[in-house]
Design a binder for this molecule. Sequence first.
Ligand code: HAM
Length: 418
Amino acid sequence: MRDILPEESEGMSRIEDAAKQCLHSFGYSELRLPLIESTALFERGVGDGTDIVEKEMFNIDSRDGEPLSLRPEGTAGCVRAAIQHGLAFNRISRLWYRGPMFRYERPQKGRYRQFEQIGAEAFGIAKPALDAELIDINHQLFARLGVDEHMKLRINTIGSFAERRTYVEALRAHLESNRDALDADSLRRLERSPLRILDSKHSETRAVIANAPKIEDFLDADSMHHFEQVLEHLQSLGIGFEIDPYLVRGLDYYTHTVFEFETKQLGAQGAVSAGGRYDGLVEGLGGRAAPGAGFAIGIDRLLLLCQSVNTEQASPRSSLLYCVATDEDSLKAMMSIGNQLRKDLAGVPVVVDTQGGKLGTQMRRADREGARWTIIAGESERAEGVLTLKPMREVGEQSRLKYDALVLRLLEAHGGLS
Ligand code: HAM
Protein backbone atom coordinates (compact mmCIF):
# COMPACT_ATOMS: atom_id res chain seq x y z
CA MET A 1 0.00 0.00 0.00
CA ARG A 2 1.22 3.46 -0.72
CA ASP A 3 1.52 6.79 1.05
CA ILE A 4 -0.20 9.81 -0.40
CA LEU A 5 2.16 12.78 -0.29
CA PRO A 6 1.11 16.44 -0.16
CA GLU A 7 1.49 17.00 -3.93
CA GLU A 8 -1.25 14.46 -4.38
CA SER A 9 -3.33 14.86 -1.26
CA GLU A 10 -4.12 18.51 -1.95
CA GLY A 11 -5.53 17.72 -5.37
CA MET A 12 -7.35 14.76 -3.91
CA SER A 13 -9.03 16.92 -1.25
CA ARG A 14 -10.11 19.40 -3.91
CA ILE A 15 -11.70 16.63 -5.94
CA GLU A 16 -13.38 15.16 -2.87
CA ASP A 17 -14.74 18.58 -1.91
CA ALA A 18 -16.12 19.09 -5.41
CA ALA A 19 -17.70 15.62 -5.37
CA LYS A 20 -19.19 16.21 -1.95
CA GLN A 21 -20.72 19.54 -3.03
CA CYS A 22 -22.07 17.93 -6.17
CA LEU A 23 -23.69 15.07 -4.21
CA HIS A 24 -25.20 17.49 -1.71
CA SER A 25 -26.56 19.58 -4.54
CA PHE A 26 -28.48 16.48 -5.69
CA GLY A 27 -29.83 15.93 -2.16
CA TYR A 28 -27.64 12.95 -1.18
CA SER A 29 -26.61 12.59 2.48
CA GLU A 30 -23.40 11.15 3.84
CA LEU A 31 -23.16 7.74 5.43
CA ARG A 32 -19.93 6.86 7.25
CA LEU A 33 -19.31 3.16 7.03
CA PRO A 34 -16.87 0.77 8.71
CA LEU A 35 -13.71 -0.26 6.87
CA ILE A 36 -14.12 -3.83 8.04
CA GLU A 37 -17.17 -5.99 7.47
CA SER A 38 -17.85 -9.69 7.73
CA THR A 39 -16.40 -11.68 4.84
CA ALA A 40 -19.79 -13.31 4.29
CA LEU A 41 -21.29 -9.92 3.39
CA PHE A 42 -18.99 -9.60 0.38
CA GLU A 43 -19.38 -13.27 -0.57
CA ARG A 44 -23.13 -12.85 -0.69
CA GLY A 45 -23.18 -9.29 -1.96
CA VAL A 46 -20.38 -8.94 -4.48
CA GLY A 47 -20.48 -12.68 -5.25
CA ASP A 48 -18.17 -15.51 -4.25
CA GLY A 49 -17.23 -16.32 -7.85
CA THR A 50 -16.00 -12.80 -8.61
CA ASP A 51 -12.33 -11.84 -8.88
CA ILE A 52 -12.82 -9.38 -6.03
CA VAL A 53 -13.97 -12.02 -3.55
CA GLU A 54 -11.97 -14.93 -4.90
CA LYS A 55 -8.60 -13.23 -5.29
CA GLU A 56 -8.56 -9.66 -4.04
CA MET A 57 -9.86 -9.47 -0.50
CA PHE A 58 -7.67 -8.76 2.50
CA ASN A 59 -9.07 -11.20 5.02
CA ILE A 60 -8.55 -10.80 8.74
CA ASP A 61 -8.58 -13.37 11.48
CA SER A 62 -10.70 -11.79 14.17
CA ARG A 63 -10.23 -12.87 17.77
CA ASP A 64 -13.66 -14.44 18.03
CA GLY A 65 -13.24 -16.46 14.85
CA GLU A 66 -15.66 -14.51 12.66
CA PRO A 67 -14.07 -14.11 9.23
CA LEU A 68 -13.71 -10.40 8.48
CA SER A 69 -12.44 -8.51 5.44
CA LEU A 70 -11.17 -5.04 4.66
CA ARG A 71 -13.91 -3.69 2.41
CA PRO A 72 -13.08 -4.07 -1.28
CA GLU A 73 -15.95 -1.76 -2.26
CA GLY A 74 -18.71 0.25 -0.63
CA THR A 75 -22.03 -0.98 -2.00
CA ALA A 76 -22.34 -4.16 0.09
CA GLY A 77 -21.62 -2.28 3.33
CA CYS A 78 -23.97 0.53 2.37
CA VAL A 79 -26.80 -1.94 1.69
CA ARG A 80 -26.05 -3.74 4.97
CA ALA A 81 -26.28 -0.43 6.83
CA ALA A 82 -29.44 0.58 4.98
CA ILE A 83 -31.12 -2.71 5.97
CA GLN A 84 -29.89 -2.49 9.55
CA HIS A 85 -31.11 1.08 10.06
CA GLY A 86 -34.32 0.90 8.07
CA LEU A 87 -33.12 3.19 5.29
CA ALA A 88 -34.16 0.92 2.45
CA PHE A 89 -37.59 -0.37 3.41
CA ASN A 90 -40.70 1.48 2.28
CA ARG A 91 -38.88 4.75 1.81
CA ILE A 92 -36.52 6.54 -0.48
CA SER A 93 -32.92 7.16 0.63
CA ARG A 94 -30.19 8.95 -1.26
CA LEU A 95 -26.83 8.26 0.35
CA TRP A 96 -23.17 8.82 -0.38
CA TYR A 97 -19.95 7.60 1.24
CA ARG A 98 -16.28 7.93 0.73
CA GLY A 99 -13.05 6.45 1.95
CA PRO A 100 -10.44 3.82 1.31
CA MET A 101 -11.23 0.47 -0.31
CA PHE A 102 -8.82 -2.46 -0.32
CA ARG A 103 -8.07 -4.95 -3.05
CA TYR A 104 -5.15 -7.32 -3.28
CA GLU A 105 -4.03 -6.42 -6.80
CA ARG A 106 -0.68 -6.03 -8.47
CA PRO A 107 -0.04 -2.32 -7.92
CA GLN A 108 0.74 -0.07 -10.87
CA LYS A 109 -0.09 3.47 -11.91
CA GLY A 110 -3.82 3.94 -11.30
CA ARG A 111 -4.23 0.57 -9.61
CA TYR A 112 -3.55 0.38 -5.90
CA ARG A 113 -4.17 -1.97 -3.01
CA GLN A 114 -5.66 0.86 -1.00
CA PHE A 115 -7.55 3.38 -3.08
CA GLU A 116 -10.16 6.06 -2.47
CA GLN A 117 -13.70 5.94 -3.70
CA ILE A 118 -16.62 8.33 -3.47
CA GLY A 119 -19.80 6.44 -4.06
CA ALA A 120 -23.54 7.04 -3.99
CA GLU A 121 -26.41 4.61 -3.54
CA ALA A 122 -30.13 5.33 -3.80
CA PHE A 123 -32.82 3.02 -2.46
CA GLY A 124 -36.54 2.76 -3.14
CA ILE A 125 -36.65 4.10 -6.72
CA ALA A 126 -37.26 1.55 -9.46
CA LYS A 127 -37.69 4.09 -12.24
CA PRO A 128 -35.13 4.64 -15.02
CA ALA A 129 -34.89 8.36 -14.22
CA LEU A 130 -32.80 7.41 -11.18
CA ASP A 131 -30.26 5.55 -13.33
CA ALA A 132 -29.97 8.71 -15.45
CA GLU A 133 -29.66 10.93 -12.37
CA LEU A 134 -26.75 8.86 -11.05
CA ILE A 135 -24.99 9.21 -14.38
CA ASP A 136 -25.79 12.93 -14.39
CA ILE A 137 -24.10 13.40 -11.00
CA ASN A 138 -20.90 12.02 -12.53
CA HIS A 139 -21.35 14.16 -15.60
CA GLN A 140 -21.84 17.35 -13.55
CA LEU A 141 -18.78 16.63 -11.45
CA PHE A 142 -16.56 15.87 -14.43
CA ALA A 143 -17.70 19.10 -16.10
CA ARG A 144 -16.94 21.04 -12.94
CA LEU A 145 -13.43 19.58 -12.84
CA GLY A 146 -12.90 20.31 -16.53
CA VAL A 147 -12.39 16.68 -17.54
CA ASP A 148 -15.76 15.86 -19.15
CA GLU A 149 -14.29 16.03 -22.65
CA HIS A 150 -11.87 13.26 -21.76
CA MET A 151 -14.52 10.93 -20.46
CA LYS A 152 -16.58 8.42 -22.39
CA LEU A 153 -19.73 6.88 -20.96
CA ARG A 154 -20.34 3.25 -21.86
CA ILE A 155 -23.70 1.81 -20.92
CA ASN A 156 -25.50 -1.51 -21.20
CA THR A 157 -28.36 -3.46 -19.73
CA ILE A 158 -27.88 -6.94 -18.34
CA GLY A 159 -31.57 -7.56 -17.58
CA SER A 160 -33.13 -9.13 -14.52
CA PHE A 161 -31.54 -12.09 -12.70
CA ALA A 162 -33.96 -14.49 -14.43
CA GLU A 163 -33.27 -13.09 -17.90
CA ARG A 164 -29.59 -13.20 -17.27
CA ARG A 165 -29.72 -16.82 -16.13
CA THR A 166 -31.29 -17.86 -19.45
CA TYR A 167 -28.78 -15.71 -21.33
CA VAL A 168 -25.81 -17.12 -19.44
CA GLU A 169 -26.90 -20.67 -20.36
CA ALA A 170 -27.05 -19.72 -24.05
CA LEU A 171 -23.74 -17.91 -23.81
CA ARG A 172 -22.06 -20.82 -22.04
CA ALA A 173 -23.31 -23.24 -24.69
CA HIS A 174 -21.90 -21.03 -27.44
CA LEU A 175 -18.56 -20.69 -25.67
CA GLU A 176 -18.42 -24.44 -24.93
CA SER A 177 -18.84 -25.22 -28.58
CA ASN A 178 -15.91 -22.89 -29.33
CA ARG A 179 -13.71 -24.04 -26.46
CA ASP A 180 -10.65 -24.50 -28.64
CA ALA A 181 -10.49 -20.82 -29.51
CA LEU A 182 -10.71 -19.56 -25.91
CA ASP A 183 -7.71 -18.27 -23.95
CA ALA A 184 -6.72 -19.86 -20.65
CA ASP A 185 -8.31 -17.13 -18.53
CA SER A 186 -11.61 -17.47 -20.33
CA LEU A 187 -11.58 -21.26 -20.02
CA ARG A 188 -11.15 -20.85 -16.29
CA ARG A 189 -14.15 -18.51 -16.20
CA LEU A 190 -16.37 -20.71 -18.36
CA GLU A 191 -17.85 -22.66 -15.46
CA ARG A 192 -18.43 -19.97 -12.84
CA SER A 193 -18.59 -16.61 -14.58
CA PRO A 194 -19.00 -16.93 -18.35
CA LEU A 195 -20.32 -13.36 -18.52
CA ARG A 196 -16.88 -12.04 -17.62
CA ILE A 197 -15.50 -13.67 -20.77
CA LEU A 198 -17.29 -10.90 -22.68
CA ASP A 199 -14.63 -8.52 -21.26
CA SER A 200 -11.77 -10.56 -22.71
CA LYS A 201 -9.12 -8.66 -24.67
CA HIS A 202 -7.76 -11.86 -26.26
CA SER A 203 -8.23 -11.63 -30.03
CA GLU A 204 -9.34 -15.22 -30.75
CA THR A 205 -11.72 -15.11 -27.81
CA ARG A 206 -13.06 -11.80 -29.12
CA ALA A 207 -13.84 -13.46 -32.43
CA VAL A 208 -15.91 -16.10 -30.60
CA ILE A 209 -17.65 -13.38 -28.62
CA ALA A 210 -18.53 -11.46 -31.78
CA ASN A 211 -20.78 -14.36 -32.84
CA ALA A 212 -22.14 -15.05 -29.37
CA PRO A 213 -25.81 -14.53 -28.49
CA LYS A 214 -26.62 -10.98 -27.31
CA ILE A 215 -28.31 -10.18 -24.01
CA GLU A 216 -30.86 -7.92 -25.71
CA ASP A 217 -32.44 -10.95 -27.39
CA PHE A 218 -33.20 -12.36 -23.94
CA LEU A 219 -34.85 -9.31 -22.40
CA ASP A 220 -38.60 -8.92 -21.97
CA ALA A 221 -40.51 -5.79 -22.96
CA ASP A 222 -40.28 -4.22 -19.47
CA SER A 223 -36.50 -4.60 -19.32
CA MET A 224 -36.08 -3.17 -22.81
CA HIS A 225 -38.39 -0.32 -21.94
CA HIS A 226 -36.40 0.47 -18.79
CA PHE A 227 -33.19 0.70 -20.77
CA GLU A 228 -34.73 2.80 -23.52
CA GLN A 229 -36.08 5.20 -20.93
CA VAL A 230 -32.64 5.57 -19.34
CA LEU A 231 -31.18 6.42 -22.74
CA GLU A 232 -33.95 8.93 -23.45
CA HIS A 233 -33.27 10.67 -20.15
CA LEU A 234 -29.57 10.85 -20.97
CA GLN A 235 -30.34 12.37 -24.35
CA SER A 236 -32.60 14.94 -22.79
CA LEU A 237 -29.87 15.82 -20.25
CA GLY A 238 -27.40 16.22 -23.12
CA ILE A 239 -25.16 13.39 -21.93
CA GLY A 240 -23.39 11.48 -24.68
CA PHE A 241 -23.06 7.69 -24.37
CA GLU A 242 -22.04 4.59 -26.23
CA ILE A 243 -24.06 1.40 -25.86
CA ASP A 244 -21.62 -1.44 -25.25
CA PRO A 245 -23.33 -4.84 -25.41
CA TYR A 246 -20.23 -6.43 -23.85
CA LEU A 247 -20.14 -4.29 -20.74
CA VAL A 248 -21.06 -6.68 -17.92
CA ARG A 249 -19.12 -5.47 -14.84
CA GLY A 250 -17.22 -7.73 -12.47
CA LEU A 251 -19.64 -7.72 -9.53
CA ASP A 252 -22.61 -10.09 -9.31
CA TYR A 253 -25.24 -7.78 -7.85
CA TYR A 254 -26.15 -5.81 -10.95
CA THR A 255 -29.49 -5.97 -12.74
CA HIS A 256 -30.59 -3.93 -15.76
CA THR A 257 -28.49 -0.78 -16.24
CA VAL A 258 -24.70 -0.92 -15.90
CA PHE A 259 -22.32 1.86 -16.87
CA GLU A 260 -18.71 2.98 -16.78
CA PHE A 261 -17.03 6.31 -17.36
CA GLU A 262 -13.75 5.71 -19.06
CA THR A 263 -10.82 7.82 -20.21
CA LYS A 264 -8.10 7.15 -22.75
CA GLN A 265 -5.64 9.27 -20.76
CA LEU A 266 -4.76 6.61 -18.18
CA GLY A 267 -3.83 3.60 -20.29
CA ALA A 268 -5.09 0.28 -19.01
CA GLN A 269 -6.57 1.78 -15.82
CA GLY A 270 -9.06 3.93 -17.74
CA ALA A 271 -12.22 3.19 -15.73
CA VAL A 272 -12.74 6.23 -13.53
CA SER A 273 -16.28 5.63 -12.33
CA ALA A 274 -18.69 2.74 -12.56
CA GLY A 275 -22.07 1.67 -11.32
CA GLY A 276 -25.51 0.44 -12.10
CA ARG A 277 -28.78 -0.86 -10.77
CA TYR A 278 -29.02 -3.76 -8.29
CA ASP A 279 -32.71 -4.43 -7.67
CA GLY A 280 -32.11 -7.80 -5.97
CA LEU A 281 -29.31 -6.89 -3.57
CA VAL A 282 -31.29 -5.56 -0.59
CA GLU A 283 -33.36 -8.74 -0.52
CA GLY A 284 -30.30 -10.86 -1.26
CA LEU A 285 -28.62 -9.49 1.86
CA GLY A 286 -31.60 -10.21 4.06
CA GLY A 287 -33.70 -7.03 3.79
CA ARG A 288 -37.24 -6.62 2.50
CA ALA A 289 -37.13 -6.29 -1.27
CA ALA A 290 -36.27 -2.76 -2.39
CA PRO A 291 -34.76 -1.45 -5.61
CA GLY A 292 -31.34 0.18 -5.52
CA ALA A 293 -28.76 1.75 -7.80
CA GLY A 294 -25.48 3.57 -7.41
CA PHE A 295 -21.96 4.24 -8.56
CA ALA A 296 -18.45 4.73 -7.24
CA ILE A 297 -15.78 7.08 -8.52
CA GLY A 298 -12.12 6.12 -8.17
CA ILE A 299 -10.61 9.30 -6.73
CA ASP A 300 -6.98 8.26 -7.35
CA ARG A 301 -7.72 7.83 -11.04
CA LEU A 302 -9.79 11.00 -11.26
CA LEU A 303 -6.83 12.89 -9.80
CA LEU A 304 -4.43 11.35 -12.32
CA LEU A 305 -6.78 12.43 -15.07
CA CYS A 306 -7.04 15.98 -13.70
CA GLN A 307 -3.26 16.14 -13.49
CA SER A 308 -2.81 14.94 -17.05
CA VAL A 309 -5.26 17.38 -18.64
CA ASN A 310 -5.76 20.23 -16.26
CA THR A 311 -2.76 22.05 -14.85
CA GLU A 312 -4.81 24.00 -12.32
CA GLN A 313 -5.57 20.83 -10.34
CA ALA A 314 -1.93 19.86 -10.57
CA SER A 315 -0.39 22.99 -9.10
CA PRO A 316 -0.80 22.80 -5.39
CA ARG A 317 -0.69 25.87 -3.15
CA SER A 318 -0.88 28.32 -6.03
CA SER A 319 -2.16 30.98 -3.66
CA LEU A 320 0.17 30.43 -0.70
CA LEU A 321 1.06 33.50 1.37
CA TYR A 322 4.36 33.19 3.19
CA CYS A 323 5.02 35.48 6.18
CA VAL A 324 8.54 36.29 7.20
CA ALA A 325 9.72 38.16 10.31
CA THR A 326 13.28 39.31 10.81
CA ASP A 327 13.33 39.59 14.63
CA GLU A 328 11.54 38.04 17.60
CA ASP A 329 9.13 40.94 18.24
CA SER A 330 8.18 41.05 14.59
CA LEU A 331 7.54 37.27 14.68
CA LYS A 332 5.16 37.69 17.63
CA ALA A 333 3.29 40.39 15.70
CA MET A 334 3.37 38.27 12.53
CA MET A 335 1.74 35.27 14.21
CA SER A 336 -1.28 37.45 15.04
CA ILE A 337 -1.23 39.05 11.59
CA GLY A 338 -1.23 35.52 10.14
CA ASN A 339 -4.45 34.75 12.02
CA GLN A 340 -6.05 37.96 10.80
CA LEU A 341 -5.06 37.13 7.20
CA ARG A 342 -6.54 33.64 7.56
CA LYS A 343 -9.85 35.32 8.47
CA ASP A 344 -9.73 38.10 5.88
CA LEU A 345 -8.55 35.89 3.03
CA ALA A 346 -10.59 32.81 3.94
CA GLY A 347 -9.47 29.74 2.05
CA VAL A 348 -5.95 31.02 1.33
CA PRO A 349 -3.16 29.10 3.05
CA VAL A 350 -1.00 31.40 5.18
CA VAL A 351 2.34 30.07 6.42
CA VAL A 352 4.30 31.97 9.06
CA ASP A 353 8.01 31.12 8.99
CA THR A 354 8.47 30.03 12.60
CA GLN A 355 12.00 28.80 12.00
CA GLY A 356 13.33 32.33 11.43
CA GLY A 357 16.91 33.18 10.50
CA LYS A 358 18.35 35.59 7.95
CA LEU A 359 15.93 37.26 5.55
CA GLY A 360 17.61 35.60 2.55
CA THR A 361 17.28 32.14 4.12
CA GLN A 362 13.61 32.70 4.84
CA MET A 363 12.99 34.01 1.32
CA ARG A 364 14.58 30.86 -0.13
CA ARG A 365 12.27 28.78 2.06
CA ALA A 366 9.28 30.79 0.81
CA ASP A 367 10.34 30.06 -2.75
CA ARG A 368 10.78 26.36 -2.08
CA GLU A 369 7.29 26.19 -0.55
CA GLY A 370 5.90 27.64 -3.77
CA ALA A 371 4.71 30.90 -2.20
CA ARG A 372 2.90 33.29 -4.47
CA TRP A 373 3.50 36.27 -2.19
CA THR A 374 5.76 36.90 0.74
CA ILE A 375 4.86 39.32 3.50
CA ILE A 376 7.82 40.69 5.43
CA ALA A 377 7.86 42.37 8.85
CA GLY A 378 10.97 43.78 10.50
CA GLU A 379 11.91 46.64 12.74
CA SER A 380 11.46 49.35 10.10
CA GLU A 381 8.01 48.01 9.08
CA ARG A 382 6.97 47.95 12.72
CA ALA A 383 8.17 51.51 13.23
CA GLU A 384 6.06 52.71 10.28
CA GLY A 385 3.04 50.44 10.95
CA VAL A 386 3.31 48.77 7.53
CA LEU A 387 4.15 45.39 5.99
CA THR A 388 6.26 44.65 2.93
CA LEU A 389 4.47 42.68 0.22
CA LYS A 390 6.65 40.93 -2.34
CA PRO A 391 5.29 39.05 -5.36
CA MET A 392 7.14 35.75 -5.86
CA ARG A 393 5.58 34.29 -8.98
CA GLU A 394 4.87 37.30 -11.18
CA VAL A 395 6.61 40.49 -12.19
CA GLY A 396 5.98 43.50 -9.97
CA GLU A 397 7.77 45.60 -7.39
CA GLN A 398 7.54 44.94 -3.72
CA SER A 399 5.57 47.55 -1.78
CA ARG A 400 5.13 48.74 1.79
CA LEU A 401 1.47 48.81 2.73
CA LYS A 402 -0.72 49.21 5.77
CA TYR A 403 -2.59 46.02 6.66
CA ASP A 404 -5.96 47.00 5.14
CA ALA A 405 -4.36 48.15 1.90
CA LEU A 406 -2.37 44.93 1.72
CA VAL A 407 -5.50 42.78 2.06
CA LEU A 408 -7.25 44.85 -0.61
CA ARG A 409 -4.27 44.49 -2.94
CA LEU A 410 -4.26 40.71 -2.53
CA LEU A 411 -8.02 40.45 -3.03
CA GLU A 412 -7.89 42.67 -6.14
CA ALA A 413 -4.87 40.98 -7.67
CA HIS A 414 -6.39 37.54 -7.53
CA GLY A 415 -10.11 38.02 -7.57
CA GLY A 416 -10.38 36.40 -4.16
CA LEU A 417 -7.10 34.47 -4.42
CA SER A 418 -8.20 30.89 -3.85
P1 HAM B 1 -15.74 -0.92 -9.31
O1 HAM B 1 -15.86 -0.86 -10.79
O2 HAM B 1 -15.15 -2.14 -8.74
O3 HAM B 1 -17.21 -0.71 -8.74
O4 HAM B 1 -14.93 0.33 -8.78
C1 HAM B 1 -15.33 1.65 -9.09
C2 HAM B 1 -14.12 2.51 -9.42
O5 HAM B 1 -13.16 2.42 -8.37
C3 HAM B 1 -13.37 2.06 -10.66
O6 HAM B 1 -13.97 2.57 -11.84
C4 HAM B 1 -12.00 2.68 -10.42
O7 HAM B 1 -11.99 4.05 -10.79
C5 HAM B 1 -11.85 2.58 -8.92
N1 HAM B 1 -11.00 1.43 -8.58
C6 HAM B 1 -11.33 0.13 -8.49
N2 HAM B 1 -10.27 -0.63 -8.16
C7 HAM B 1 -9.21 0.22 -8.03
C8 HAM B 1 -7.82 0.05 -7.69
N3 HAM B 1 -7.31 -1.13 -7.37
N4 HAM B 1 -7.04 1.17 -7.66
C9 HAM B 1 -7.55 2.38 -7.97
N5 HAM B 1 -8.84 2.60 -8.27
C10 HAM B 1 -9.67 1.54 -8.31
C11 HAM B 1 -17.52 -0.70 -7.43
O8 HAM B 1 -16.72 -0.65 -6.54
C12 HAM B 1 -19.00 -0.65 -7.17
N6 HAM B 1 -19.22 -0.68 -5.70
C13 HAM B 1 -19.62 0.58 -7.79
C14 HAM B 1 -21.10 0.70 -7.52
C15 HAM B 1 -21.68 1.43 -6.54
N7 HAM B 1 -22.06 0.07 -8.16
C16 HAM B 1 -23.23 0.40 -7.63
N8 HAM B 1 -23.01 1.21 -6.64
